[in-house]
Each structure stands twice: as structure tokens, then as C-alpha cells.
Design a protein around this ligand. Structure first.
Ligand code: PLP
Length: 478
């Protein structure tokens, strides 16, 4: 295949040579363009080159290209499309209609408005990032959130880094480099394809000692593996998978007792980590961060942008003596949190002083807690609009669906939800899916049994009209 293409590139036939000669030169193309549009000349030139290169490649590849495709109008149309793409942001907003609340590919957590205001305040002006306003001396950026974290969880000390992967790496490197860490075989998880406990362990310089069997690990397994090389007992939240059936895990409280008996610190990587018990919304009971701290763990790590609903960050809490050691690790400097994140995180943490405030104001929590009746009302609103605007293009109905928490939390559990189901008449469901990715405000949903499903749990009230507009654009092929 590759060879064929090459030879056709080297020896174009007569027709191709004619077409190639008909491609305008860059200067000629430049003459066609009206330059009153504030497009930087670098963008103009690169766009022209791209359009001309693309057409040249298409001719050489033997694609069906006619003289029409080489006309001024046709090339200018391509050019304007290309300029629009180059000028627009690559990183932009979209509508998440997948029903996966903490969707890592779609930006994980949506920040509360107060957090965005805080980011704007300190981001667009100077701030006391590392300046102690009380003493006038140099301060620590961590002190801005440490007290808040301790008050909210009961921990003695805290520190925040770039993300939870960094938190785990830093903790392991500090506490166990050159020595051994004991972990249950059933907890050697891979998260999101690039974070694997055994690999992170290796990078930290700590030796991994696996104990137990995939499905069952007992306290005596840990105890039997303790040697004078042991530095840490580690428990890892299995996050995105669950072993069911004949299983057994050692509770944290028993690991803590074992640690105390041998003078070894105990760490838990909680993954999602929530400050709030979410079982009242129908999810299984998981220990909150506060409960893990109370169980006596020496150090616990979790993400800022999973269930907590804040910005990307890795939170590290625990006993003062242990956290002090982590703070002094020079690696910390390379993993440090930036000022925007810190502003957003502080603002989100403040919302947690009152459960009701957090549930109302932290979008991640509000979405998880929203009752299905309320989701149904939003779905009905959208469906009603679409039945008017898209009557000829597709059939619209409401269906039951299960939303997901996402972010590796509660992998086996769905949340009862409502979706608007579209059965397109003028295009295939796969075409609809592709078109919805290309409109000005893209919409991501799910395809099931030849229907496109829009789970309304993750679509905000003020996105209903925008979603309807995007759908209209997709059907009109704009
Ligand atoms: C998600 C997760 C991580 C990685 O956290 P990031 O914030 O994505 O870096 C680590 N450990 C567990 C158990 C997780 O669930």
C-alpha cells in the first residue's frame, strides 16, 4: 500500500500532472484574499500552504479531484474553513450528555462559580501566594489551604500537589524509597491507562511486596511479609474495578493496628475521596476522608477533581510528623500546585463547611444528588423543543437510563436517570454522533441500539437551549 502510494507520487500520470500544474502558487492565492479581517499574516500563510498541500497530496494519492476542486471558489472555501479552525481555541467548552458525572476525558469536575471568581481574582492580579501578610515575611503556598483541610477532616497536617498520581509518588518516595512497601495483590490497580500502582512504586524507588491472592487478602498475609526492610503498609482503593464473589480485604482499622504493633506507618490511596457520605443518594457506603483519618491512618491521598468536585490536585493529609517529611522532600517542588488551582481549591473547600451548601454549590455533588424527577423535567423541556424544531429530522422520545459517577468511583453502580433518545431519519446515528462533535458547541452523548441518547443528568438547566441549537446545526449539516 505504502509502496503504491510512493510510486504514484513519483510518476504521476498525464492527467495528474495537468492537475498539479493547475494548483495556484501561494502568491496568487494571497492575491485572492481580502485583507480587512484582522487575521495574522502567519495564520493566513499557513492556511494557504495547508490548503495547497492537501490538494496536492489528494491528487498524488489518486483521489478523484476535478478542475472544479481547483477553482478559486472551492479553494477559498477550504481556506476560510482552515483559518477558522486555526483561529478558534483548540481547548473549548462542550456539552456532556453522557451522564458520566466525573468524566476524565471531558474535564472531570465542573467548578463552582465562586471558585472561578477566586481564580479570576488572584490570577489577574498579584496575590499573597507565598507571602505571609501577618508577618510580612515569605510564606508557604500550602498554608493557604492546610488549616481548612485539617478542620474539614480532622487531620493533623496537610499538603497539596499537582494531582493524586503525584501525591502517591511523592508519599512513596518520601516514606519508602530504597525499602519495601506491602500491598494486597488485589489492589495493584491501573487507573485511566497511565497510572499503575506497580509502576508508580517502581518510579518511587520503593520495592513492592505483594501479599494475598487476587480475591482475598488477610491480616496474617501482611504480618508474614513484614521484615526489617519494610517501610510502609499501603492500602489502595480499587476505584475502577470491583472483585466480587469470594473476596476479602483487610479493613483499614486492622492495618492501622498492625502498623502500630510493628512501628510502621500506614497509607491509604483513596483515589476519589469524598468529604461527604454519598450513601444517602443511593450509592454504596464508602468511608469519607474524615473517617479514614479517624481510623488512624498515617497518610491518605486523594484527588481534588474527582468526587471532591474541585480543580485537579492531589491532596495529602495525615499525621504531622509524616506530612512534615513529605513537605521537605525536594521532589515536592517539581510537583507543586499552581496559584489558579490553589485559589479554586480553597474556594471549593470553604463550601464544605456546610453539607447543604456543598450539595447546592459544588456541581459534581449537585449532579450526583439530583433526583430523577428533576432530571425528567429537564429532559421533557428538551424533548418538547426538539419535537418542534426537528420534527422532520428525527424521532424524539424519553427513556430511562443509568448515569455513572465516573472517575473510578462506584464503578458497579448506576444512578437512575432520564435521557432524550433521538432516532434520526435523515442520517445514520453514527453520522449524527460525528456531526455533533463538529458543531460550534459540541455535544457528546451515547449510542445505544441505533439511537443517540442524551442523559440529562450532566446537562445543566441553562444548556438545554444551547443543546437544542447544536442539534439543529448538526441536522442542518452546518
Ligand atoms: C484516580 C486515582 C489516582 C490518580 O489520581 P489523579 O488525580 O488522576 O492523578 C490514583 N489512585 C487512585 C486509587 C485513583 O482512583
Amino acid at each position: 500500500m505504502e509502496n503504491d502510494e510512493k510510486s504514484s507520487c513519483v510518476k504521476p500520470d498525464k492527467n495528474r500532472q495537468g492537475l498539479l500544474r493547475a494548483i495556484p502558487k501561494v502568491d496568487e492565492f494571497l492575491g485572492w484574499i481580502e485583507r480587512h479581517d484582522h487575521i495574522p499574516s502567519l495564520v493566513v500563510k499557513n492556511a494557504i500552504r495547508k490548503v495547497l498541500d492537501d490538494i496536492r497530496c489528494a491528487i498524488l494519492a489518486g483521489d478523484r479531484i476535478s478542475n472544479d476542486d481547483l477553482s478559486k471558489d472551492s479553494l477559498l472555501l477550504k481556506y476560510h474553513h482552515c483559518v477558522k479552525q486555526k483561529m478558534g481555541p483548540n481547548f473549548r467548552r462542550l456539552i456532556n450528555a453522557t451522564g458520566v458525572v466525573v468524566h476524565t476525558n471531558l474535564g472531570r469536575s465542573v467548578l463552582p462559580e465562586s471558585a472561578m471568581e477566586a481564580i479570576l481574582q488572584v490570577g489577574s492580579r498579584y496575590s499573597n501566594l507565598e507571602f505571609d501578610l501577618a508577618t510580612g515575611k515569605r510564606g508557604s503556598r500550602y498554608s493557604l489551604v492546610e488549616d481548612l483541610l485539617c478542620e474539614l477532616t480532622g487531620a493533623e497536617a496537610a499538603l497539596v500537589v499537582n494531582n493524586n498520581a503525584a501525591a502517591v509518588l511523592l508519599a512513596l518516595e518520601t516514606l519508602a524509597a530504597g525499602r519495601e512497601v506491602i500491598v494486597s495483590r488485589g489492589q495493584l490497580v491501573e487507573i485511566g491507562g497511565s497510572f499503575r500502582i506497580p509502576d508508580v512504586m517502581a518510579k518511587s524507588g520503593a520495592g513492592l511486596v505483594e501479599v494475598g491472592a487476587t480475591n482475598r487478602t488477610h491480616l496474617k498475609d501482611y504480618e508474614a511479609a513484614i521484615t526489617d526492610q519494610t517501610a510502609l503498609l499501603l492500602k489502595v482503593h480499587t476505584s475502577n474495578f470491583k472483585v466480587i464473589g469470594f473476596t476479602s480485604e483487610v479493613p483499614l482499622s486492622e492495618l492501622v493496628e498492625l502498623g502500630a504493633k510493628y512501628g510502621l506507618p500506614v497509607m491509604e490511596d483513596l483515589g476519589s475521596g469524598s468529604f461527604m457520605d454519598l450513601s444517602r443518594f443511593g450509592l454504596v457506603k464508602e468511608p469519607t476522608v474524615g473517617e479514614v483519618v479517624k481510623a488512624g491512618v498515617d497518610i491518605v491521598t486523594f484527588s481534588g477533581d474527582k468526587l471532591l468536585g474541585g480543580p485537579q490536585a492531589g491532596l495529602i493529609l495525615g499525621k504531622r510528623e509524616i506530612i512534615d517529611r513529605v513537605k521537605k522532600n525536594p521532589m515536592n517542588r517539581a510537583l507543586r500546585i499552581d496559584k489558579f488551582t490553589l485559589a479554586g481549591l480553597e474556594s471549593v473547600l470553604r463550601l464544605y463547611f456546610d453539607d447543604e451548601t456543598a450539595l447546592r454549590s459544588v456541581p459534581t455533588l449537585a449532579m450526583l444528588a439530583e433526583p430523577v424527577d428533576s432530571i425528567r423535567r429537564r429532559a421533557t423541556r428538551l424533548a418538547r423543543r426538539l419535537k418542534k424544531s426537528l420534527v422532520a429530522a428525527c424521532e424524539v422520545s424519553l427513556v430511562r437510563i443509568e448515569s455513572r459517577v465516573g472517575g473510578g468511583a462506584f464503578p458497579e453502580q448506576g444512578l437512575d436517570s432520564k435521557a432524550v433518545a433521538l432516532a434520526p431519519k435523515t442520517l445514520s446515528v453514527n453520522e449524527l454522533e460525528a456531526k455533533l462533535r463538529r458543531v460550534a458547541l459540541p455535544v457528546i452523548g451515547r449510542i445505544e441500539e441505533d439511537r443517540f441518547l442524551l442523559d440529562m443528568r450532566t446537562v445543566a438547566d441553562d444548556e438545554v437551549a444551547l443543546l437544542a441549537d447544536s442539534l439543529q446545526q448538526a441536522f442542518e449539516g452546518k
